[in-house]
Ligand binder design. Structure first.
Ligand SMILES: Nc1ncnc2c1ncn2[C@@H]1O[C@H](COP(=O)(O)OP(=O)(O)OP(=O)(O)O)[C@@H](O)[C@H]1O
Ligand SMILES: [Mg+2]
Length: 235
């Protein structure tokens, strides 16, 4: 059984979609569409009546709502739970009397808060966007690795499919520990900058290993899974 990313052509590249109950990483530069891709994924679940959880660590949820509305995504529905964990002073938790800005600084507390949520209610899809800051909160690499593995194991107990986003640098630990990595790249071709999507790894499945063009449009992300990004090459 597979779980859809919400982007049909990306599902085709994944030979049917993601394997549920596992953790994935979406990597890309600023404005590459990481957030948009994760919203496709969550909305897909929400539309089916699943309960989904989005944890925002950098972009305030109000702004996200506005931007996603422009792409035709209404995340203002009861089974789409969006948690604002951005470092904004007055922000308060929508559950428990916690200051969410603390979470951005404290991986362990964020993990505890998410796990508490999972204990209370069943979520099928969880996104943490992005995890970049979390890496910076733990200096010791071994400690971070332990925390990260612990988090993945804990979430796995609840059968939720987890999608994390990050920028490119310094994600070697996460790359190894997650079940799949999808990259949103920029490619220079014939003097133009093109966007390309590449599945770097996908445990437990065959997949399209080519770099395929994608665009961000008024309707979100469009992947051209039959097209090649390099003219005259088969890649
Ligand atoms: N209708 C549209 N047509 C084309 N591009 C759009 C449209 N709407 C938004 N975009 C582009 O989508 C990008 C934003 O996507 P998104 O926020 O998902 O990226 P991101 O990788 O999460 O960025 P960040 O690193 O800032 O978090 C911006 O570059 C924006 O210009
Ligand atoms: Mg983003």
């Amino acid at each position: 059984m597979r779980i859809s990313t919400g982007v049909e052509e990306l599902d085709k590249m994944l030979h049917g979609g993601l394997i549920p109950g596992r953790a994935y990483l979406v990597k890309g530069g600023p404005g590459s569409g990481k957030t948009t891709l994760t919203i496709h994924f969550l909305i897909e679940g929400a539309k089916k009546g699943e309960k989904v959880l989005y944890v925002s660590l950098e972009e305030p949820v109000d702004i996200l709502k506005e931007d996603m509305k422009k792409l035709g995504f209404n995340i203002d529905v009861p089974n789409f739970v969006a948690i604002d964990a951005t470092p904004v002073k007055q922000k308060r938790s929508i559950f428990e009397a916690e200051h969410f800005e603390e979470f951005a600084k404290d991986f362990k507390r964020l993990v505890d808060a998410i796990v508490n949520r999972l204990k209370g209610e069943k979520y099928t899809r969880i996104v943490i966007d992005p995890i970049t800051m979390l890496r910076l909160t733990i200096r010791d690499e071994l400690e971070y690795r332990r925390m990260f593995i612990g988090f993945l194991k804990e979430v796995a107990r609840y059968d939720a499919t987890l999608v994390l986003t990050s920028e490119f640098y310094n994600t070697d630990i996460e790359d190894y520990l997650v079940s799949g990595v999808i990259e949103l790249r920029e490619v220079e071709e014939g003097g133009k900058t093109l966007r390309g999507i590449k599945i770097v790894k996908f445990r437990g499945s065959a997949f399209d290993e080519s770099l395929r063009p994608y665009k961000i449009t008024d309707e979100g992300i469009k992947v051209y899974h039959k097209e090649s990004i390099f003219r005259g090459s088969d890649e």
